[in-house]
Design a binder for this molecule. Structure first.
Ligand SMILES: Cc1cc2nc3c(=O)[nH]c(=O)nc-3n(C[C@H](O)[C@H](O)[C@H](O)COP(=O)(O)O)c2cc1C
Ligand code: SF4
Length: 486
């Protein structure tokens, strides 16, 4: 599947900048401690959620999941957020799940492994996700024969009043591409071209209409399980293309009190938080990730995000982690038989920008918005820590984010994948040993195909060494090679 990129195609490269000595690191803002809710973090470093596709088809923790998080923990970031984890007890492919107590033993083991590998230094949170139904792009013949529900409106538009269903289906299937938009409804055309996708505004669907009744309980139960498994905190996933982000979206025109106005759009995310808070109490660290900007036409901008951030701070969220874009609305058309993916269009580029870019470039695209949102929260009188990132790979950048008050913690996703020891290396004065991310999105291309995510900078290294676990295709090692401090 292709990914959109800016037409300017200006090439940008990560740079090492100047690395600190151990003494300079010790005195830096980045390696100074901070409280996030009831958690004391040793530094302001944060590895945000990244799905590595290592769970079983039942959503269980596997040895490969343990290896993946152990490897990050060895690098000693202050906090790791475990990948988006499904809160429902329904089949979801190889997505990690927490929708039933049977997941507890595996999740407990995951917590234990991270504690052990970081000597208890790295705090472990888990991201909780809900998402709506999406289907693969159908073969047109199948679509017209089976999925489309024929209506009299179709008959009228085709001049086939009174025609039986088989005749109508056959006529629709013969329509030239150019006439489809005249005859089909917009959603039918979308189902044909992109694959059917539910929206939070589909109030005619009982399962969508009832989301406000169902989700607070599901999120609260999953949060309780996360605490029982020993996680230090929970991040409610209110970002990107998923259910809660769709409630926050400016495109949410629900007229049942859960959309249309800023207040209405924030209502379910607020009710979910309250239910989760009530389930685990005041002393459990509970935050969310949401979008500084949706980056789609008609989507939420930074003013909306300021409103949500202040509302969430007032409600008692312990942290607010900001992301950007990543929507279905502008996703590229998938191939027949594949599902649309929210990181393929312009908003997807904003979420995980790669090295071919525009004049702004891929580094720090979310920071101006983050600074505005943080200021709004502070001006409203709240001290809630904010987390921001996107393209951060060297110490000077990270330090500048904190020094200029753009955020309180710095998130590094792909750079941490490229080199999980980034944190330990920089802290100990060995920054020159850092493997810098290339921002090619090789990892993201694997993610899109639901194949085990690895990094091109290390996945062919030492493949013949004993004890190396490999991807299903046998060609790639699954975790970065070890690093020993010289
Ligand atoms: C392979 C991969 C999987 C990701 N999975 C998630 C996820 O589960 N939840 C989430 O909020 N963000 C996810 N992201 C987005 C990252 O957390 C991060 O916001 C994004 O990569 C930009 O940060 P970076 O430039 O430091 O990589 C993922 C990113 C990658 C590359
Ligand atoms: S594959 Fe590695 S180098 Fe390429 S973008 Fe992903 S983390 Fe960076």
């Amino acid at each position: 599947m292709a990914m959109w990129r800016p037409p300017e195609r200006i090439r940008h490269a990560a740079s090492a900048g100047s690395w600190p000595t151990a003494g300079q690191a010790e005195a830096s803002l980045l390696f100074s401690g901070i409280k996030v809710g009831s958690l004391s973090l040793a530094s302001r470093t944060w590895v945000p959620a990244m799905v590595p596709w290592r769970a079983t088809d039942e959503g269980e923790v596997t040895p490969a999941v343990l290896d993946w998080y152990r490897r990050f923990a060895e690098g000693r970031p202050a906090a790791i957020v475990v990948e988006a984890t499904g809160i429902r007890d329904i089949p979801s492919g190889p997505l990690l799940r927490i929708g039933h107590d049977r997941y507890l033993p595996g999740l407990r083991e995951l917590v234990r492994v991270v504690r052990e590998a970081s000597d208890g230094e790295t705090r472990l949170l888990i991201q909780l996700i809900d998402f709506l139904a999406i289907r693969r792009r159908p073969d047109p013949a199948t679509y017209f024969a089976r999925y489309l529900i024929p209506t009299d409106a179709h008959r009228v538009r085709l001049g086939l009043e009174g025609a039986d269903e088989a005749t109508l289906r056959a006529a629709l299937a013969r329509l030239p591409e150019a006439r489809l938009a005249e005859v089909l409804e917009a959603r039918e055309l979308e189902a044909l071209r992109m694959g059917y996708r539910e929206r939070v505004t589909d109030l005619h669907l009982p399962q969508v209409r009832e989301l406000p009744q169902v989700l607070p309980g599901l999120f609260a139960a999953a949060t309780t399980r996360a605490r029982e498994a020993g996680f230090d905190g929970v991040e409610l996933h209110y970002a990107h293309a998923y259910t809660m982000a769709s409630f926050l979206s400016a495109t949410n025109h629900r007229e049942d009190g859960y959309g249309a106005t800023l207040e209405g759009r924030a209502r379910l995310p607020s009710e979910v938080f309250r239910a989760a808070r009530q389930a685990v109490g005041e002393d459990y660290t509970l935050g969310c990730r949401f979008l500084a900007e949706e980056c789609i036409p008609g989507g939420s901008g930074v003013d909306d995000a300021c409103y949500f951030a202040v509302a969430f701070a007032r409600l008692g969220f312990d942290f607010l982690s900001l992301s950007r874009g990543g929507k279905f609305d502008d996703a590229l058309q998938p191939k027949v038989g594949e599902a649309a993916y929210p990181y393929t269009g312009p908003s997807g580029y904003e979420c995980m920008p790669s090295y071919y870019s525009d004049a702004v470039g891929p580094f720090g695209r979310n920071l101006a918005a983050a600074a505005t949102i943080r200021r709004a929260v502070r001006e409203a009188g709240f001290t809630t820590p904010l987390i921001a990132g996107g393209g951060i790979h060297n110490f000077e950048q990270a330090e500048a984010v904190l020094a200029s008050a753009q955020a309180d913690l710095v998130a590094l996703a792909r750079q941490a994948l490229a080199d999980p020891d980034w944190f330990r290396k920089v802290r100990s004065g060995h920054g020159d040993a850092v493997r810098l991310c290339l921002y090619t999105n090789y990892c993201e291309a694997l993610d899109q195909r639901h194949r085990e995510v690895t990094c091109e900078l290390w996945d062919r290294e030492g493949l013949d060494q004993p004890g190396i676990t490999r991807s299903a295709d046998g060609k790639r090692r699954l975790v970065a090679p070890p690093w020993r401090e010289p």
